[in-house]
Ligand binder design. Structure first.
Ligand code: UGA
Ligand code: MN
Length: 242
């Protein structure tokens, strides 16, 4: 089965470095289709240039966050992107698996082989660089008994965005399934919209004893240090700056 990897991204200093790192991971994974969903109204030529060089099957989507959510204090990051990616999958895919891979996380390629044969929804631990240490379903003798996460927050499915995958044929049986524009409730809202029960979940990564994906965050860089361009530098390689 093909893994349809939906990656939300947006323009910032870290964008191309993050996508480069993720691309170098994904080139080591067979049979994937990378859907890069950009939170913008205008195509980013640097992103397209990278995607072409990588030689992976890909789709580049423009999926801007609706204006009304931009002024919210806690913005629903990546939601328009993921819903846009899902719409593309509904229109173009008939088999395979959907996985939401944020551009800033860290992926051991083993996670993709774990999720490839997902029949409904699969789940696995996500390493968190917090006191909690990880987000995972809790299993006893191979049976689900609860959830572990630094923030349960009354959520039905208190899991990280990187901690589950969905079968595409199954997704197609639930035409209304979508991610809500509610910060913090994206995962649980989407999983609830799939109308699944916990006994349908496939627990991977050796009964959730292995961590193959981490929720990492790149230090936010300060744009204030750019050098002044001298007039005689017109028409040089410095055109790569934009
Ligand atoms: C993660 C999840 O991805 C969110 O869905 C969730 O709401 C959040 O945790 C949470 O627990 O509250 P986080 O790592 O904090 O998000 O945020 P980012 O990595 O900044 O953003 C998530 C994804 O959306 C990234 O792939 C990023 O490139 C993209 N994004 C972010 C946008 O497309 N637009 C933005 O304005 C911000
Ligand atoms: Mn992140």
């Amino acid at each position: 089965p093909t893994i349809y990897i939906v990656t939300p991204t947006y323009k910032r200093l870290e964008q191309i470095p993050e996508l480069t790192r993720l691309a170098q991971t994904l080139v080591n994974v067979p049979n994937i289709h990378w859907i890069v969903a950009d939170d913008t109204n205008t195509t980013n030529p640097q992103v397209i240039h990278l995607l072409k060089r990588i030689h992976l099957p890909y789709t580049y989507l423009l999926t801007p966050m609706p204006q009304e959510f931009k002024k919210e204090l806690a913005r629903p990051k990546g939601v328009a992107n993921r819903n846009g990616g899902m719409e593309w999958i509904r229109a173009h895919a008939t088999e395979g698996v959907l996985y939401f891979a944020d551009d800033d996380n860290t992926y051991d390629i083993q996670i993709f082989e774990e999720m490839r044969y997902t029949r409904v929804v699969s789940m696995f631990p996500v390493g968190l660089l917090t006191e909690a240490g990880l987000s995972t379903p809790v299993l006893k003798d191979g049976r689900f008994i609860g959830w572990y996460d630094g923030w349960i927050g009354g959520r039905k499915f208190p899991v990280d965005m990187a901690g589950f995958a969905v079968s595409v044929p199954f997704l197609l049986t639930v035409p209304k399934a979508k991610m809500p524009y509610t910060a913090g409730m994206e995962e649980t809202g989407f999983l609830s919209s799939l109308n699944i029960t916990t006994d349908q979940i496939e627990f991977l990564a050796d009964n959730c004893t292995q961590i193959y994906v981490w929720h990492t965050k790149t230090h936010k860089n300060n744009p204030a240090s750019r050098n002044i361009l001298l007039p005689e530098y017109n028409g040089t390689n410095l055109r790569i700056l934009q």
